[in-house]
Design a binder for this molecule. Structure first.
Ligand SMILES: NC(=O)c1ccc[n+]([C@@H]2O[C@H](COP(=O)([O-])OP(=O)(O)OC[C@H]3O[C@@H](n4cnc5c(N)ncnc54)[C@H](O)[C@@H]3O)[C@@H](O)[C@H]2O)c1
Length: 256
């Protein structure tokens, strides 16, 4: 990809899963990468696993005081910021009628409020410097209704609209886009789905399998690169075709 060498990249939720794959891919492109994650042990492990990382920061994105401190430390590590990968997120699988207010707030606080805190800090730095790119992590759950994920769906729909609003206000210095993956096999999926449920998910994907974190990482580096310099304010779905047809694609006529 063009324009990623020596770029300073911050990746939230980068200690494992999709964030880890994104970190590895940016390093391959010659960027400097700092990971911010609330998992202290995970941060230690990832620094050992990927020694080329510029550094790791232990912070909870949903806590503005921790975010403030983490940005001070990040600035000492990289002296600025060119690309933010706003990836940290949590999921909760529960019937709508059983979600209690604390659980609802927790999901919104991490996935939407936390993403906002980080994006605002990053944008302020980018606007003082030479501009930059912010890529938010959405989901197909922010575009379609999925039962048992009311809080998660609402948080990701919020991220999509926040992305559009940010793109309008931060142009032309900062490009802002949102990536919406479908089923990607990570800890998040393994924690919520049995093997049988995962096989069932595969059947609903036209390409016949779950996605890999590396495939999502490839889309992130493209959108951060100069090859995407006319792209802002958009969402990008990467889901093996899952939401292309909706329920209509499951009609018996598919078997003709
Ligand atoms: N896996 C999927 O199928 C899928 C699909 C669509 C979207 N996503 C989104 O992609 C992102 C990454 O998901 P994943 O599958 O890699 O999940 P994961 O659970 O494997 O990894 C999430 C990482 O984020 C960190 N994190 C969680 N809450 C945090 C907080 N408050 N502050 C700082 N770090 C925090 C965790 O410690 C972990 O390292 C999430 O936003 C998720 O909603 C995942």
């Amino acid at each position: 990809m063009r324009g990623l060498k020596d770029k300073r990249v911050l990746i939230t939720g980068g200690a494992r899963g999709i964030g880890e794959a994104i970190a590895a891919r940016f390093l391959e492109e010659g960027s400097c990468v700092v990971i911010l994650d609330k998992d202290e042990a995970g941060c230690r492990d990832i620094k050992q696993k990927i020694p080329a990382l510029t550094g790791t920061l232990v912070a909870d994105v949903s806590n503005p005081i921790e975010v403030e401190q983490a940005f001070i430390e990040m600035d000492q590590m990289m002296n600025g910021l060119d690309i933010l990968i706003n990836n940290a997120g949590i999921s909760m699988r529960k019937p709508f009628l059983e979600i209690d207010p604390k659980e609802w707030s927790e999901v919104i606080q991490v996935n939407l409020n936390g993403l906002f805190f980080i994006a605002q800090k990053a944008a302020r730095i980018m606007l003082i410097g030479e501009g930059g790119v912010i890529l938010n992590m959405g989901s197909t759950n922010g575009l379609m209704g999925y039962p048992f994920y009311a809080a998660y769906n609402a948080s990701k729909a919020g991220v999509i609209e926040l992305t559009r609003s940010m793109a309008l206000e931060l142009a032309p210095s900062v490009r802002v886009n949102v990536i919406c993956p479908g089923y990607i096999l990570t800890q998040m999926q393994k924690a919520e789905y049995t093997s049988e449920m995962l096989r069932d998910c595969e059947k609903r994907v036209p390409l016949g399998r779950l996605g890999k974190p590396e495939e999502v990482a490839a889309l992130f580096v493209f959108l951060a690169s100069d090859d995407a310099e006319f792209i802002t304010g958009q969402y990008f779905v990467i889901d093996g075709g899952e939401i292309a047809g909706g329920l209509a694609s499951q009609s018996p006529t598919k078997k003709l």
